[in-house]
Design a protein around this ligand. Structure first.
Ligand code: ZN
Length: 148
């Protein structure tokens, strides 16, 4: 199985059975994301304990890419510090917006599966929606993030 097949499999798996797909009533931070181009809608819930993301989840509906991306996000960031989470956001943002093939795709781990959307500009908004919502939740405590 080559890397491309593996990445495809990760997207399909995380869309079919999204991780951390639930509401956290006792969240400390939340933000909504909406991608009008595709109709993707989601809401992120975060529990910060000090500087650590002790719990993170999402709810919503959208295309396979947007759901898989949100699922991968929660899986990756649970237990990380805010600083680490924002660094991962920056890394992924660079991957999405750079025309070049990422130099070290494997360093992204499963998140590398999202790099494939670079070839389809309209899908970048689907993949980055949950990350923008996360960013605004952490930075402002909860406003609607839009990809527009
Ligand atoms: Zn979408």
């Amino acid at each position: 199985m080559d890397l491309r097949d593996l990445y495809q499999e990760i997207i399909v798996d995380h869309n079919r059975s999204p991780r951390n797909f639930r509401k956290i009533d006792e969240h400390t931070h939340t933000a909504q994301g909406f991608n009008p181009l595709c109709g993707d809608k989601l809401i992120m819930y975060i529990v910060l304990s000090g500087d650590v993301i002790s719990d993170i989840s999402f709810e919503g509906s959208g295309c396979a890419i947007s759901v898989a991306s949100a699922s991968l996000l929660t899986e990756r960031l649970k237990g990380q510090t805010v600083e680490e989470a924002l660094k991962t956001f920056e890394e992924l943002h660079t991957v999405f917006t750079s025309p070049d093939e990422p130099e070290d795709l494997e360093a992204l781990g499963k998140l590398g599966a999202l790099a494939g959307v670079r070839a389809y500009p309209s899908r970048i908004k689907c993949a980055s929606l949950s990350w923008h919502a996360l960013n605004s939740a952490l930075n402002s405590g909860g406003v609607t993030a839009s990809t527009e």
